[in-house]
Design a protein around this ligand. Structure first.
Ligand code: UD1
Ligand code: CA
Length: 457
């Protein structure tokens, strides 16, 4: 079966009260429209066409990498009018699938089932049974229970308004039939719009059967119209992801306080994640990893037996096996830590490699540096990597010991097993195996007296 998917995404989304077109608003940091695309792109033999209108240019620019055809609907004259814009690109023998760009949680399995209901005598329609069908088109059935038409809320009679089976808007039908019906759409209705839903009645008149199916949950077919619905679907999506991670063996201390805005490409065993952890981008996490509360991780590769304590921010970094990070540590892009590394509180590492078993435990800035193995960096060490214009590298070789409160003015190299005395400002290379320090000499002034404050009378 060859499929043409048409995603309707031309609407403005007035109730979002936003400069941004609705379909670019995000769930899990991904535009609504991208969610719909990602799901439908998993269908084989599928060519995807997206109808855009409001802020069309912004939509295509933002999602320019999607391999789809963009079709502009200059005026939004209704869902039927939107599909008409694509009519000449639909092959007669294609199965046409209609999706909405603002219905982000629709599942592939639901769509596959819908598609399996299409043949040359039937149109497949996804409906939803609602407690409160307000706002939805209603599915009208005859005495035998067969669908005869869809009536929009604004056109519905009092008795039709009582129908609780709603139209999701999602349907599938053969190309030649749809194209023929599209030419017959009128706009003589309460909203003066060309309703796609009118094809249902035409289908029935042509002897085509309407086969209905339902999604698993109402949330799956829920469209986003305002920011309240957006936040609702964000939580639903996050709960689904949390569930799936727990099913794969991850302990989430509280699944309601976990957010994945991206993916975990490789997932080890016995991972424990405390509350308020946010994972973004593409991550890889090894076995026996513990992630403390309030930690934000983006595009990280985390080895086995790693413990990340609370309140860390980690981005584009690699953490080797058996390492310990934080609390309150920041690993910035291109921080690459070997195995058995300890990074403690208030330590920032950027564009640096840290070798096997090295420790940077307190209050340090390490930028543009190459640090060997078994290096100990004392509290308050700063690599002065920037002269205001250029950046320079600091090299600290294996086994070096850097005393506390040292500034290493790059470019500079500290040799193997060198020791730097505390409080030094190092501006030249330090030889191997020796103690180097630069420090004002300590002295005591004898006979000095502290000034005394005169008591006010
Ligand atoms: C539509 C259905 C209604 C269904 C409801 C489900 C029609 C006539 N009505 O109503 O039966 O219960 O969805 O949410 O189809 N769009 C365009 N161009 C347009 C108009 C709309 O691309 O000219 C797009 C919108 O961006 C949106 C989708 O089509 O993604 C649905 O449009 P919307 O205005 O929300 O339709 P409803 O009136 O809610
Ligand atoms: Ca809608």
């Amino acid at each position: 079966m060859k499929i043409t998917t048409i995603i309707l995404a031309a609407g403005k989304g007035t109730r979002m009260c936003s400069e941004l077109p609705k379909v670019l608003h995000k769930i899990a940091n991904k535009p609504l429209l991208q969610h719909v695309y990602d799901m439908s792109s998993q269908l084989e033999n599928n060519s995807i066409k997206i109808v855009i209108g409001h802020c069309a240019q912004l939509v295509t620019e933002t999602l320019k990498d999607l391999p789809v055809s963009w079709i502009e609907q200059k005026q939004q004259l209704g869902t039927g009018h939107a599909v008409q814009q694509v009519s000449d690109q639909i092959a007669d023998t294609d199965t046409v699938l209609i999706l909405y760009g603002d219905v982000p949680l629709l599942k592939l399995a639901t769509v596959k089932q819908l598609l399996s209901n299409v043949n040359d005598q039937s149109l497949a329609l996804l409906t939803v049974n609602l407690e409160n069908p307000n706002g939805y088109g209603r599915i009208v059935r005859n005495a035998e229970g067969k669908v005869t038409k869809i009536v929009e809320q604004k056109d519905a009679s009092a008795s039709e308004k009582l129908i609780t089976e709603g139209n999701t808007g999602i349907l599938a039908v053969q190309g030649d039939k749809l194209k023929q019906w599209l030419t017959q759409l009128g706009n003589n209705n309460a909203q003066g719009e060309y309703y796609l839903t009118d094809v249902i009645e035409m289908a029935v008149e042509n002897g085509v059967t309407i086969v209905t199916s339902q999604a698993e949950t109402e949330d799956e077919v829920l469209g986003v119209n305002d920011r309240i619905q957006l936040s609702h679907l964000e939580r639903v999506y996050q709960q689904q992801q949390a569930r799936s991670l727990m099913e794969q063996g991850v302990t989430l201390i509280d699944p309601a306080r976990f957010d994945l805005r991206g993916s975990i490409e490789s997932l080890g065993q016995d991972i424990e994640i405390d509350i308020n952890v946010i994972l973004e981008g593409k991550n890889r996490i090894g076995n026996n990893v513990k992630i403390g509360a309030n930690t934000q991780i983006k595009n990280a590769t985390i080895g086995d037996n790693v413990e990340i304590f609370a309140n860390c921010v980690i981005e584009n970094a690699v953490i080797g096996d058996n390492s310990r990070i934080g609390p309150f540590a920041r690993l910035r892009p291109d921080a690459v830590l070997a195995n058995d590394v300890h990074i403690g509180n208030f330590v920032e590492i950027k564009k640096s490699t840290v070798g096997l078993g090295s420790k940077i435990n307190h209050l340090s800035y390490i930028g543009d540096s190459t640090i060997g193995s078994k290096v100990n960096i004392g509290a308050g060490t700063i690599t002065c990597n920037y002269d205001g214009v250029n950046k320079f590298r600091t090299i600290i070789e294996d086994g070096a010991f850097i005393g506390s409160d040292t500034q290493l003015v790059a470019p500079v190299t500290v040799g193997k097993n060198a020791t730097i005395g505390a409080g030094s400002t190092i501006t030249r290379d330090c030889p191997e195996n020796q103690l180097t320090l630069s420090r004002g000499k300590q002295f005591t002034l004898s006979g000095w007296q502290r000034p005394v404050k005169q008591e006010k009378l």
